[in-house]
Write a protein that binds this ligand. Sequence first.
Ligand code: LER
Ligand code: MN
Length: 268
Amino acid sequence: MKLAIVLSTHAAQFQAVAFKGDFEANVARIASYGYDGVELAIRDPKLVNADELEAVVKKHGLEVPAIGTGQAWGEERLSFTSDDPAVRRAAIERIKSHVPLARRLNAIIILGLIRGITPPGQSHEQSMAYLVEALQECAAVAATEGVRFALEPLNRYETDLIHTVAEGLDLIRQVGAENFGLLLDTFHMNIEEPSIEASIRACGDRIFHFHVADSNRWHPGAGHLDFRGILTALRETGYDGYVSGEFMPVPDADTSARRAIEYLRSVT
Ligand code: LER
Ligand code: MN
């Protein structure tokens, strides 16, 4: 099983990213711990030098399985479901602007919180209609470049839109694009799914990417999730992508990264 860890290219407020700060130093440390890849959290592709980024990652022998886009919500409040058409347009254009970099790195584009939260006074149905429309536009552009998108079901404390695999699969049917699937995250699944393993099996070949954190959002092995069962179910779907660590730097970034890989290797 190929393992990655989330790395932010810029300082960000999101807590569950262990590595922030000096990019090359972080990439070198992650490679030295035995990881195969780094998942990059990028607020705006305009702010990164793609040549440099690719060179650093390659130099250290790592791949980039996925690009996270949630900081555009976290830092700028861009959202597919805003009641302001200019904000919705900016969110769609921002996601489309990730496509060339994703293609170059052979990475999936993650749609997490950029889907937004239903604003006061707007109906859930209206938000879902905006969401489907935005996803159809983004997926069509990405398809021409051979790029895939993964929407992440998130827990109820972060959004009112798409908490579970079942809701995600229903959305996939509405969007109707082959290059659109789901990113499953064990932290959110532990809160929302009746059974993590059954939901993994139900998602099957629409699992495009996978995040791991334990029940407390510390590194795998630091809480009470059954990773042996979870990763067996994942493998049995035929998933051959990355398992990417997205957890809090507890007790610190380096220790949590080392403990995570040691633990995940011991249960797979
Ligand atoms: C991002 O991958 C995630 O899991 C969310 O909790 C972001 O808010
Ligand atoms: Mn996640």
